[in-house]
Write a new protein. Structure first.
Length: 185
């Protein structure tokens, strides 16, 4: 099946029927919100077990927003989404975690969400931000179940080893910025 411009409600219904789930760091209420996908083109290949959205892809569900040039959904044998891959220059993701005042924002040229394992892999120019705290590197892996982040700096085009950069605000600065956010919300 091949579709162009706005994706039909049938495709969105099919997505929900396949059981698309969000990573564990999402707001619990996001899972109960409608899934909306827009793209210039869509291709569903049941035999291969994948759906491909391309051309200015925008995925929205509750507080989740994903923007990419291309999004590929890969299904397991039970027709459940197993892997979501987003490619962009960069692809961008944001979502509000439960109990947090700030969205988690991520960007990378390649994002892979391993749904069953609750793992987010960011590759090539990776960055995760929450509030004023940032984590950058060539590659970042976030394991939501374990609350574990791993990063490496990769190598530059000259072969020089890259570095990871982490900026964490002191707790006193966080409390001040939280109060400012409360006043502006």
């Amino acid at each position: 099946m091949y579709l162009s411009k706005k994706i039909s409600l049938q495709v969105i219904g099919a997505m929900l029927a396949f059981g698309l789930t969000l990573p564990a760091f999402a707001l619990n209420t996001d899972r109960d919100q409608p899934l909306e996908i827009e793209a210039d083109e869509a291709s569903i290949d049941d035999a291969k077990g994948e759906t491909i959205y391309s051309g200015n892809v925008i995925v929205v569900q509750g507080t989740l927003r994903l923007q990419a040039n291309k999004v590929v959904l890969t299904y397991d044998k039970k027709k459940q989404v197993d892997l979501i891959r987003a490619d962009g220059t960069p692809a961008r993701f944001k979502q509000r975690p439960d109990g947090k005042k700030y969205d988690v924002k991520a960007s990378a040229n390649i994002m892979e969400f391993k749904i069953k394992k609750d793992i987010l892999n960011l590759r090539v120019n990776a960055k995760i931000t929450q509030g004023k705290d940032t984590f950058t590197g060539e590659n970042i892996t976030y394991e939501a179940k374990r609350g574990l982040i791993r990063a490496n700096g990769g190598k530059s085009s000259t072969g020089k080893k890259g570095r990871v950069k982490v900026t964490v605000q002191p707790s006193s600065l966080r409390r001040k910025s939280d109060k400012k956010a409360d006043k502006t919300e």
